[in-house]
Design a binder for this molecule. Structure first.
Ligand code: PEP
Ligand code: MN
Length: 338
């Protein structure tokens, strides 16, 4: 249920509404817009509907939410959310690029990657220290040593760090090193993990599950936000279809759909979305043209030697070209890369 306050409602009137709701154990979330405040109420719908909230001073109306998520919806918040990651803004008229290797493989490989992506103009360095691999025999990541290397790369370049957190146990250690926590596709419905990152204040990059509907994905974001962490950025990374030529089918219609139904920023990952380096540039351009707020791109100093996802990783030269093209399209879309 959503409670829309009148534009002229006073602080005291709002306080009285909040007290009434919390006194009976309901959870409340505030969205303070330019003209009015909206209160999202979480709890039993039928119970809330019976409360005489509409009779209270300052309240304009109570609106039942038609979808099962609330906080992520445009009904709850009309303005686009801008997520601030240590001064790098994601959303609105800002364009963000997160780039780097699939996995942190060694200090040399990571520092070299960081220099490449920094030089080309990206703001974030990506790279998995904990790798959720399909096969248990594949390279699993350098774990804490990988995190230390990421932190060193940040020291040297000023790039922000986004890296994956694969389980509840490692949220604390990854939060110590990273600027942004990545929830990978395979963990999108790990509700315990979602709740745990929701209790932190770290911005979260939530990748779409490989078989998740848009509704399931937004509900996953709702899990994080309902714990109090509103700094969520979505990432479309392709879904499983019958097509085998590409690794996944990059669903760019999801970008346009999310923009309609949610206020959260969304970026596109054409690397995992296609699985083929030669398709990454065209789909990155298309993603920005579809309205995405940025990109996540796998880049490796030497893709042929990569320990994971070399086939979809760009060379430094191709990444530099992609950055130039994406920036040009971003400008047309009213987005600037700073
Ligand atoms: C990644 O970005 O490192 C990754 C594993 O991607 P996904 O979770 O989208 O498969
Ligand atoms: Mn990868």
């Amino acid at each position: 249920m959503i409670i829309v306050m009148r534009p002229e409602a006073t602080k005291e009137q709002l306080e009285r509404v909040l007290t009434k709701l919390t006194a009976v154990g309901l959870k409340v979330h505030l969205s303070e817009g330019a003209t009015r405040t909206i209160v999202g109420v979480i709890g039993d719908k039928r119970f809330i509907a019976q409360m005489p909230i509409e009779a209270m001073d300052g309240v304009e109306k109570m609106v039942p939410v038609t979808v099962d998520y609330k906080l992520v919806s445009r009904e709850f918040k009309q303005e686009n959310t801008i997520v601030d990651v240590g001064g790098v803004l994601i959303g609105g008229n800002h364009m963000v690029v997160m780039a780097g290797p699939c996995a942190v493989e060694s200090r040399e490989q990571l520092l070299q990657s960081a220099q490449i992506v920094k030089k080309a103009g990206a703001q974030f360095l990506r790279g998995g220290a904990y790798k959720p691999r399909t096969s248990p025999y594949a390279f699993q990541g350098l774990e804490v040593h990988g995190l230390e290397m990421l932190a060193e790369a940040r020291e040297k370049t000023g790039l922000k760090i986004v890296t994956e957190v694969v389980d509840v146990e490692s949220v604390a250690v990854v939060s110590e090193y990273a600027d942004m926590l990545q929830i990978g596709s395979r963990n999108m419905q790990n509700f315990q993990l979602l709740k745990t990152v929701g209790k932190t204040t770290k911005p979260v990059l939530l990748k779409r599950g490989l078989s998740a509907t848009i509704n399931e994905w937004l509900n996953a974001a709702e899990y994080i936000m309902s714990e109090g962490n509103y700094n969520v950025v979505l990432c479309e990374r392709g879904i499983r279809t019958y097509e085998e030529y590409t690794r996944n089918t990059l669903d760019l219609s999801a970008v346009a759909a999310i923009k309609n139904i949610s206020h959260l920023p969304i970026i596109v990952d054409p690397s995992h979305g296609t699985g083929r380096w030669e398709l990454v540039g065209p789909m990155a351009r298309a993603g920005i043209a579809a309205g995405a707020d940025g990109l996540m791109i796998e880049v490796h100093p030497n893709p042929a030697e990569a320990l994971s996802d070399g086939k979809q990783s760009l060379t430094p030269e191709n990444f530099t070209i992609l950055m130039q093209e994406a920036t040009t399209i971003g400008k047309i879309m009213g987005k600037i890369l700073i």
